[in-house]
Design a protein around this ligand. Structure first.
Ligand code: 5GP
Length: 121
């Protein structure tokens, strides 16, 4: 897999506002937040898209969600709730090809994310 901006964040070659780090995962604030709270949880292992996940990665992807919940509890937004999103490839809106879990919180979020405009003629 080719290097991404997240490889450089893991290696601390470029700065990020890191919220959590362990041997397997890193969480840091999104540079372009889409909610009052918006951070990313990434695995240190580079996996391009969720489609590239192997049997061996199942626990790692679960761990990413666990980290998101730990931060939610620590920052106190667990009570109101939050959204986790993992975009996949072009139609999913993925721009960085190193899997990442978006964690969005701090206000009620709209749903669904996309609505087909119905044509009434
Ligand atoms: P995607 O569109 O792939 O689902 O999400 C990639 C996310 O990474 C975007 O929300 C974008 O703002 C964030 N991002 C891209 N480059 C950087 C960076 O250099 N630093 C940080 N902290 N976030 C980044």
């Amino acid at each position: 897999m080719s290097e991404t901006i997240f490889t450089k964040i893991i290696a601390k070659e470029i700065p990020a506002e890191i919220l959590y780090e362990d041997e397997q995962a890193l969480a840091f604030k999104d540079i372009n937040p889409q909610a009052p709270i918006h951070f990313l949880v990434i695995p240190k292992k580079p996996i391009a898209t969720i489609l590239d996940m192997t049997q061996d990665d199942k626990e790692l992807v679960g761990h990413m969600h666990f980290v998101a919940c730990e931060i939610a509890r620590e920052q106190g937004f667990d009570a109101d709730g939050f959204r986790t999103v993992m975009n996949c490839k072009e139609y999913g809106g993925q721009t960085v090809y190193h899997i990442h879990l978006h964690v969005l919180a701090g206000k009620p979020l709209g749903w669904p994310p996309y609505q087909e405009r119905l044509k009434v003629e």
